[in-house]
Design a binder for this molecule. Sequence first.
Ligand code: GAR
Length: 210
Amino acid sequence: MIKIAVLVSGGGTNLQALIDAAAQGRLPEGVLDLVVSSNPDAYALTRAQQAEIETAVLRRRDFADSEAYGAALDAMLCERGIGLIVLAGFMTVLPDSFCRRWENRIINVHPSLIPSFCGEGFYGLRVHEAALQKGVKVTGATVHFVSEIVDGGAIILQKAVEVMPDDTAESLQKRVMAQAEHIILPQAVALFCQDRLSVVDGKVLIQPDV
Ligand code: GAR
């Protein structure tokens, strides 16, 4: 069993998708062990408590710098024997040292088809505002491993979603969450826990189910 820590900052709908997947037996080799929030008021914490998952709050502002924040997080996760970190709407940038230490063991969900609308400054609603601004007809979501480059790690799964002519950033965000993020994030976590992902030349290979 792989112990999973989910890092959150906000509403936690992606966390909920993982909780629902676990309850329905769709994360057979994984267990949701800990939810860490960078924001004490995140509704994601309530979702975790309702699902009886242990929670912790780690605010960036309580640490002198990003390195100290990463070290505290690392200590907390190692103490619990965490094997996979999932960033599910986690809005604090982790230091390079942390990303290196947890290489190919951190998964992030991003609300666009990377390499579009990603990198520094592209998070949450801003991603959908940029997609509407550009006038793309198709957007989607990406689940990828986290590297030192923001949204630059190896891609695990992607799913496309149609943009409607009357979309607002909010309506598009909702559709991308429901039709893409909440589907591919639990799938990617299950693949990781089943040891079916490997990274070769910066690309993810998915082993077939046997
Ligand atoms: C999600 O759309 C997630 O993809 C995005 O924040 C939202 C969090 O929602 N993450 C990023 O933009 C990271 N670059 P949630 O708290 O309801 O899961």
